[in-house]
Write a protein that binds this ligand. Structure first.
Ligand SMILES: [Zn+2]
Length: 89
């Protein structure tokens, strides 16, 4: 997931959308919900990304299972399910 990433679990103060294309929930992050904010630096540019707690959890699990994979070849943020489908086919 790039040269450095920073992930923080925060509580939403307003509505956000989960950045995962096929969110395991409804994509909606409501005020008061916990979500994971990921910021980082990749290919010379900064990015930030929001994931609902469930998708973030899934990302963690996938990284644990596929830990032998180079970070650049791992599941991209937002396309976890597409990546998994490819990896498992
Ligand atoms: Zn989600």
């Amino acid at each position: 997931m790039g040269e450095f990433t920073n992930r923080r679990t925060v509580t939403a103060r307003k509505h956000h959308q989960c950045g995962e294309n096929k969110c395991v929930r409804t994509k909606e992050i409501k005020p008061g919900d916990q979500y994971v904010r990921i910021t980082g630096h990749h290919d010379g540019s900064f990015f930030h990304f929001k994931l609902c707690i469930r998708c973030a959890d899934l990302h963690c699990k996938v990284w644990t299972v596929f830990k032998y994979i180079h970070p650049d070849e791992g599941p991209p943020l937002g396309d976890l399910f597409w990546w998994l489908k490819e990896a498992l086919s």
